[in-house]
Design a protein around this ligand. Structure first.
Ligand SMILES: Cc1cc2nc3c(=O)[nH]c(=O)nc-3n(C[C@H](O)[C@H](O)[C@H](O)COP(=O)(O)O)c2cc1C
Ligand SMILES: [Fe+2]
Ligand SMILES: [Fe+2]
Length: 395
C-alpha cells in the first residue's frame, strides 16, 4: 500500500491481539508496520512478528523481488518487529542490515546466523543513490537498541515503537487521516505503558527533532501519522514532562485489610506523613480500587509504604497486585517501608520487604507489625513511621 511516492507499507494487522508483552492489555489489537522505500538501492524498514511472516513476504513480493532488495533497517529488535528477519536473511543473505550496535547484537542473538551488518551512529547517512536515509539515535525508547530513521526529501521519520499505538486500523486504512475514530487515547496508552518509564529519554529524542522538517511519522504500530504531526510531537512533549515539576514529594500508602486493623495502621501512618508540608500523601485501599487506579497511584512516587494483614502465612493478593503495578525500572532506589497486622505468625511484612528489596527499592524503615488490636503505643509507632519516611524523602 502506497503511503508516499515510492514508499509502501508492507506491514500486517493483528486485530485479535488481546495482551501485548504478556502484561499489557490491548483493547484494539495492533499492527506491525514495515515499509519498502524504493530507490536506486531499495530498502526495507523493520519487520513483523514471526507468526505473520508469510503475509509479510507476500506483500514484499508484490512490490519487489527479494534479490533486488539491498538494505534492511532495524530501528528496534524486539521480536514483534524482528521475529520475521531470520527468515528474510535466509531467503536473501545478501541484504545489509543497518542498526545501532545493540540492535545488531540483539538481532545476532535472535537469528543465530551470520549476516551483513552495518552499525550506524548519530546522524550517519545511508546513501541510496537518489535518496538518503539519516539515522537519529533514540536509545531506550524502550530498549537500549532503538533509533529513528529519517528519509531526507520526503520528510518522513520511521520511528518503530516511538509515537506508535496498539490500534488495528481497518483493512486498507493505514493513515491517521483515514481513521473514523479518534485514536489519540491509544497513542497515550501506548506512551504510558511503553515509554512511560523512559520519560527523560523521550525528551532527549524529541530534542533531536527540533528543526527537522517533518511531514509524516511512519510508526511501527497503529496508524501512520500523516496529519497533525506537530500535535503528536506536542503530546509526547507534554506526556514526557508530566509530573516533572512537582514540588511536593509523593508518599503512596497502599494497604488491604479484612477486619480494619491494617486499615487503621495505614490511616495513622498517613496522619504522620501528612504532618510534613512538603509531602502529598496518597492513601490507597488496594482491595477496593480498580487495577487502573492502582496503576495510576503507583506510576510515580517518592516513597511507597505497603501494608497487609497476614492471611494464611502470606500477604493478601490486592497488596501483591500493587507491587505488580510498580515499575521496577522507575521505582529502583526509591524509599519503601512495610506494615501489617497479624494474629500469630505474621509473615506478610517480611515477604513484602523481600519483594521490595528484590525490586531494588530501599527499605529504610523497619516494618511496623501489630498483633490484633492497636495499643496507644502501636498508634504512635504508626504515626512515627509516616513521619520518618516522609522526612527521608524531603530534603
Ligand atoms: C482466614 C485467615 C487466615 C489467617 N492466617 C493468619 C496467619 O497465617 N498468620 C497470622 O499471623 N495471622 C493470620 N490471621 C490473623 C489476621 O492476620 C488477623 O486477624 C489480623 O488482625 C487481620 O488484620 P486486618 O484487620 O487488617 O484484616 C488470619 C486471619 C484469617 C481471617
Ligand atoms: Fe518494542
Ligand atoms: Fe513494538
Amino acid at each position: 500500500m502506497r503511503i508516499r511516492p515510492g514508499i509502501y507499507w508492507v506491514g500486517v494487522r493483528d486485530p485479535g491481539l488481546e495482551v501485548f508483552d504478556v502484561v499489557i492489555p490491548t483493547e484494539y489489537g495492533t499492527t506491525y508496520n514495515s515499509y519498502i522505500v524504493e530507490a536506486d538501492e531499495p530498502v526495507l524498514i523493520d519487520g513483523v512478528k514471526k507468526e505473520f511472516q508469510d503475509e509479510w513476504f507476500a506483500k514484499i513480493a508484490a512490490r519487489i523481488d527479494l534479490a533486488d532488495l539491498k538494505h534492511l533497517i532495524v530501528n528496534h529488535t524486539e521480536p514483534d518487529h524482528s521475529g520475521s528477519i531470520g527468515e528474510l536473511l535466509r531467503r536473501a543473505p545478501h541484504i545489509v542490515v543497518h542498526g545501532t550496535r545493540p540492535a545488531l547484537q540483539f538481532l545476532s542473538e535472535q537469528v543465530n546466523m551470520d549476516f551483513n551488518k552495518h552499525i550506524v551512529g548519530e546522524n550517519d547517512v545511508l546513501d541510496l543513490g537518489n535518496r538518503k536515509l539519516r539515522f537519529i539515535m533514540a536509545p531506550f525508547l524502550h530498549w537500549p537498541d532503538t533509533m529513528w530513521t529519517y528519509l531526507e526529501g520526503e520528510k518522513v521519520l520511521f520511528t518503530c515503537d516511538g509515537f506508535g499505538s496498539h490500534f488495528a486500523f481497518p483493512e486498507g486504512k493505514i493513515l491517521a487521516s483515514q481513521q473514523e475514530v479518534d485514536f489519540t487515547g491509544a497513542v497515550e496508552y501506548y506512551f504510558d505503558k511503553i515509554m512511560g518509564p523512559f520519560k527523560p529519554k523521550v525528551r532527549d529524542a524529541l530534542a533531536k527533532l527540533e528543526g527537522l522538517e517533518l511531514e509524516m511519522i511512519a510508526t511501527g504500530h497503529g496508524p501512520i501519522l500523516d496529519v497533525e504531526v506537530d500535535r503528536y510531537i506536542q503530546l509526547y512533549h507534554a506526556w514526557s514532562f508530566q509530573a516533572q515539576a512537582a514540588e511536593q514529594k509523593r508518599v503512596v500508602i497502599a494497604y488491604a485489610s479484612a477486619y480494619g486493623h491494617t486499615k487503621r495502621m495505614a490511616e495513622l501512618i498517613a496522619e504522620g506523613a501528612s504532618r510534613n508540608p512538603k509531602v502529598e500523601v496518597v492513601l490507597l485501599d488496594a482491595a477496593n480500587t480498580s487495577p487502573q487506579e492502582v496503576e495510576a497511584a503507583v506510576s510515580s512516587f517518592d516513597a511507597l509504604i505497603v501494608g497487609s494483614p497476614t492471611i494464611n502465612a502470606d500477604a493478601v493478593y490486592p497488596v501483591w497486585r500493587v507491587l505488580e503495578a510498580v515499575s521496577a525500572i522507575t521505582a529502583k532506589g526509591k524509599a519503601a517501608a512495610v506494615f501489617g497486622n497479624y494474629g500469630w505468625s505474621g509473615e506478610a511484612a517480611a515477604l513484602l520487604e523481600e519483594r521490595l528489596e528484590k525490586m531494588r527499592l530501599v527499605v529504610g524503615h523497619p516494618a511496623v507489625k501489630v498483633r490484633f488490636s492497636l495499643t496507644e503505643q502501636d498508634e504512635e509507632r504508626c504515626r512515627q513511621m509516616g513521619e520518618t519516611v516522609a522526612a527521608s524523602v524531603t530534603p
